[in-house]
Design a protein around this ligand. Sequence first.
Ligand SMILES: C[S@@+](CC[C@H](N)C(=O)[O-])C[C@H]1O[C@@H](n2cnc3c(N)ncnc32)[C@H](O)[C@@H]1O
Length: 275
Amino acid sequence: MTTSSSETSNNVRRGSIACVGLGMTLGSHLTPLARSYIEQADVVFAAVSDSVVEVWLERMHPDVRSLQPYYGDGKPRMKTYQEWVELFMGEVRAGKRVCAVFYGHPGVFAWSPHKVIKVARAEGFEAHMEPGISAEDCLYADLGIDPGRLGCQHFEASQLLFFERRIDPTAYLVLWQVGVVGDWSSKKLQTGSEHRQLLVDLLSNDYPLTHEIIIYRCATLPIDKPQIRRIALHELPHVPLTTAETVILPPAAEMKQNVAMLERLQALEGAEAFT
Ligand SMILES: C[S@@+](CC[C@H](N)C(=O)[O-])C[C@H]1O[C@@H](n2cnc3c(N)ncnc32)[C@H](O)[C@@H]1O
């Protein structure tokens, strides 16, 4: 007799974890595979964008546990994320099939799903990440950007302030978590205009202050429309900005040909290949 992959030979079921993405827009982005992980789990944990989404999840599973109460004002987000990992692993070690549900893609700007998968595998449990439609996917569609045309860099906004990173202004630049930019403590739910001014100062090394940038929020409910605001870079500290918005800087300069490399390619392939 064969045993299913989650059962041991003496029929004691081994725990497992699947981290799945719901996509950004309630209902319409859920893949059949993500739904099946949710429905077949023993317990479902939910880190989603809206309590409406939790109510919708409860129609798919009777035991949906919200992860929202683990956040706290003045509590470092990293502490919350570590607690989530322990919570998931507690159920996995107890032999449960755990499904941890995240909005968007569970592996995009999300620490706990990557961490719990590593921990679970190191302890010999089955662990899987099921992708979802992220804010990144939505912005390509809503803003008509093809990352293959001019290139597209993605940065966590604070990382640009904390570390010396190289920005390429000939490509698109996508900045995540601008609403909490500069929060070294990871305790704040929002940072203010002084923090965003530092970001603008840094970006002004590569972009004119009058450069048009985009503040983008994709639809989270099917009745919503994407919100797209275009402002000048210098206005960024002074406009309202939520933590559910992403900032996009279109290219500010043209790509330059790499003449030396083109000459080497010509030597390899013959000049006629370039005419
Ligand atoms: C913790 S990350 C989560 C990203 C998510 N896992 C995904 O796949 O898109 C939070 C950041 O995602 C972006 N974000 C979240 N909701 C968004 C929305 N509705 N529209 C655009 N960007 C959003 C913002 O940059 C925000 O600071």
